[in-house]
Design a protein around this ligand. Structure first.
Ligand SMILES: Cc1cc2nc3c(=O)[nH]c(=O)nc-3n(C[C@H](O)[C@H](O)[C@H](O)COP(=O)(O)OP(=O)(O)OC[C@H]3O[C@@H](n4cnc5c(N)ncnc54)[C@H](O)[C@@H]3O)c2cc1C
Length: 301
């Protein structure tokens, strides 16, 4: 039996896709493709399935009904170069295998991340973890200059320590999280979809989203039909809580969004009457806005 290959993915093996200033994502290897998922799905449902559903239909059925293990039949191995502050978020995804460059064994290269000026912005008022409005140019410049100075001084201290005989595992303590690390990362498609659904989300930090976007492009090459089903039923889908369903019914009955939130117990104002900027009610309005934006993209008024 011959190993399943995907020519589009084979052409990408070892190609480094740049991310940020010094980072990249490269597909090192993969196992399986859409066919492997279909094959596993048919083991569950029997040969008769073939006549009932085509492969695309079966993949979409599996995704829709959260029949997850067939998607685990596809595996990816990536080589990734990324700043330590991104790596700290990434490594939280436990359902993957990582092997990292050892700064105990090797010398850390003098490469650090300075965000482009447009990415140095105010603290967001809506998302406490995120960034929001633009900052004055002098504030942006000062931050970027400070970051470069701190990194340069830190690397000078690192070099001094190494030259004085301090062990590499100890000397590295002076380096900031803007410095880069590198790792092999292996994950199956089911877990990669989970990673992507969290890290392509607008609530995730911009820098890790850029990496997720590159991973997504490579994942799609290997299993395009599964990826399409992921976009359809997970990434671009909307879920409605019980209260949101009540609010949605009120909208269908002709109520305004504010009235619908009131009817469903989705708060939009605080006890002191001030408008809320976060919370379930605001998130429901954001979902409605997302739907409206989709309608506009489709050419609807
Ligand atoms: C926008 C955003 C903001 C975040 N902010 C913070 C923060 O402020 N502080 C912080 O600490 N983290 C934060 N995180 C990290 C987050 O809490 C998760 O640790 C991370 O996203 C990994 O998700 P996961 O556990 O689902 O993934 P994985 O570790 O890949 O696990 C996948 C799934 O496997 C199951 N699983 C794995 N291990 C266990 C286990 N031990 N017990 C039970 N089930 C398990 C769960 O179903 C889990 O969803 C943030 C993440 C995002 C996306």
């Amino acid at each position: 039996m011959r190993r399943a290959t995907v020519p589009e993915a084979d052409r990408e093996i070892g190609v480094r896709h740049p991310v940020l200033t010094h980072g990249f994502v490269a597909l090192v290897d993969y196992m399986g493709n859409d066919g492997a998922i279909v094959q596993a799905g048919r083991v569950s449902y029997g040969q008769g399935t073939k006549s009932l559903r085509d492969d695309r239909g079966l993949l979409r059925y599996l995704m829709r009904h959260r029949h997850t293990t067939p998607f685990e039949m596809v595996e990816y191995k990536f080589l990734v170069r990324l700043p330590i502050f991104v790596a700290r978020q990434w490594i939280r995804h436990r359902t993957s295998s990582t092997n990292e460059y050892s700064a105990r064994y090797s010398i850390v290269p003098d490469e650090y991340e300075i965000p482009p000026a447009e990415e140095v912005r105010h603290q967001s008022v809506r998302n406490r973890q995120g960034r929001g409005d633009p900052l004055p140019a002098d504030v942006v410049d000062r931050f970027r200059t400070d970051l470069a100075r701190v990194a340069t001084e830190a690397y000078a201290a690192y070099t001094r320590a190494l030259q004085a005989g301090v062990a590499r595992e100890t000397a590295r303590l002076v380096l900031p999280v803007a410095y880069y690390t590198q790792w092999y990362w292996k994950i199956n498609l089911y877990n990669l979809f989970h990673f992507l659904s969290l890290r392509l989300d607008p609530h995730a930090q911009e820098e890790i989203r850029l990496y997720a976007a590159e991973l997504g492009k490579l994942a799609r090459l290997v299993a395009p039909v599964a990826y399409e089903a992921f976009e359809e039923f997970q990434l671009d889908s909307l879920t409605l809580s019980r209260r949101e369903q009540t609010a949605f019914r009120a909208l269908l009955d002709g109520k305004s969004p504010v009235e619908a939130c009131g009817a469903a117990g989705l708060p939009l104002t605080r006890d002191d009457g001030q408008p809320m900027t976060t919370g379930e009610g605001i998130e429901f309005l954001e979902k409605l806005e997302r739907l409206r934006a989709l309608g506009r993209a489709d050419g609807q008024p």
